[in-house]
Design a protein around this ligand. Structure first.
Ligand code: 5AD
Length: 366
């Protein structure tokens, strides 16, 4: 199995059979070897720097009904909220004073935030904080909307593909949503000029090593600026309430593999990882991650943005959260930096690698 890791490091590529063999053949010892290599590659490109992004969960209204997600529209037990423009700008201001130079506006797919309202909001943030990068994470939209938001000043967009395989996608989502539609959005975002982040949940119900292999092949082709992965964690008010959570062990292993496959990509050590293990965030960094995304949302709203149960950092104030994080990173020899933290993935890399014509992966009907 070590040969496969070496091959991955040297070529950045494995085929489907090799991915499956590596994922199924993992052992604690192999993982240690992988993490060592992943750190070496990470240090080569990003040193010991950890980039921070201030997450603002600005609406928990959502028109979708994803089976895993706590803010799905049919969960009537959530108190729904929307932040006002002033509240959002206050979150940014607090973050700015603390050194944040990237803000991530994340929300459910909320029809109240029409394109026009989004554009006004984006312009307000970019006018007031011109030296900051603005990331949107607001789901599937029309190409024209993506273009409008980009023209208005949004720099980056996060949209996890969740799972590449069309059959698996159908197990996790209602019929109104499809894997191919999701993937098309990602290509539209890239073509529009965004720095794009994608990613998937680890250990979601029905996931197999085959599906994970397809996720890796897809991400290799997409070559995103960022890849967010975290363990699936059941939420009590969803159809997946009784399902098992994804493991720390597999999530870390996938992080290490992603670092070797896409050396220059930004890899967050996610809140979901921090939720399933008290040291999860540090372990993510030690497996090759280089980004953390502390929460800047108003404290009173956070409990209502629970995508899954027991989400970490519900109580921390923004400043307090950052102080804890800074200390955690220092404990393992890493340092939080307060720059925009742009990805080293370049457009040139895309021109070389974005050749999707021959790629159908598991989706024969694409
Ligand atoms: N467990 C883990 N991650 C989840 N997400 C949504 N629900 C859950 C859950 N129950 C993730 C999805 C989504 C991101 C914002 O949060 O991958 O893209």
């Amino acid at each position: 199995m070590r040969e496969l890791i070496t091959k991955l490091e040297e070529t950045g590529n494995l085929n489907q059979t090799e991915w499956i063999a590596l994922i199924n053949g993992r052992t604690p010892k192999l993982a240690e070897f992988l993490f060592e290599r992943a750190r070496a590659v990470r240090h080569q490109y990003y040193g010991h720097d950890v980039y921070i992004r201030g997450l603002i969960e600005f609406t928990n209204y959502c028109r979708n009904d994803c089976y895993y997600c706590g803010i799905r529209c049919s969960n009537a037990s959530v108190a729904r909220y929307r932040l006002t423009e002033d509240e959002i700008l206050d979150c940014c201001q607090t973050g700015y004073r603390l050194g944040f130079r990237t803000f991530v506006l994340q929300g459910g797919e909320d029809a109240w935030f029409t394109d026009k309202r989004m554009a006004v909001l984006i312009r307000a943030i970019k006018t007031r904080f011109p030296d900051c990068a603005l990331t949107l994470s607001i789901g599937e939209k029309f190409r024209e909307s993506y273009k409008l938001f980009h023209d208005t000043g949004a720099d980056r967009y996060l949209l996890r593909h969740e799972t590449y395989n069309a059959n698996h996608y159908r197990m996790l989502h209602p019929a109104s949503l499809s894997a191919i539609r999701r993937q098309k959005c990602l290509f539209a975002l890239q073509e529009t000029g965004y720095q794009v982040g994608s990613g998937f949940m680890v250990g979601s119900p029905g996931q197999t090593a085959e599906y994970l292999a397809e996720d890796m092949l897809f991400l290799k082709q997409l070559n995103p600026h960022m890849v967010g992965i975290g363990p699936f964690i059941p939420h009590h008010a969803t159809p997946f309430a009784m399902e098992k959570a994804g493991t720390l062990e597999l999530t870390l292993f996938m992080l290490g593999l992603l670092r070797l496959m896409l050396p220059k990509t930004l890899l967050p050590s996610t809140t979901a990882l921090a939720t399933i293990h008290p040291e999860g965030r540090k372990m993510g960094i030690l497996a090759g991650a280089n980004v953390v995304m502390p929460n800047l949302s108003p404290q009173e709203n956070r409990k209502n943005y629970s995508l899954y149960d027991n989400k970490r950092c519900m109580g921390d104030e923004a400043a307090e959260g950052l102080a804890i994080l800074t200390q955690e990173m220092e404990e393992i020899g890493y340092h939080i930096v307060t720059t925009r933290g742009d990805s080293l993935v370049t457009i040139q890399d895309h021109n070389q690698e974005l050749n999707l014509k021959d790629f159908t992966g598991g989706n024969e009907n694409v």
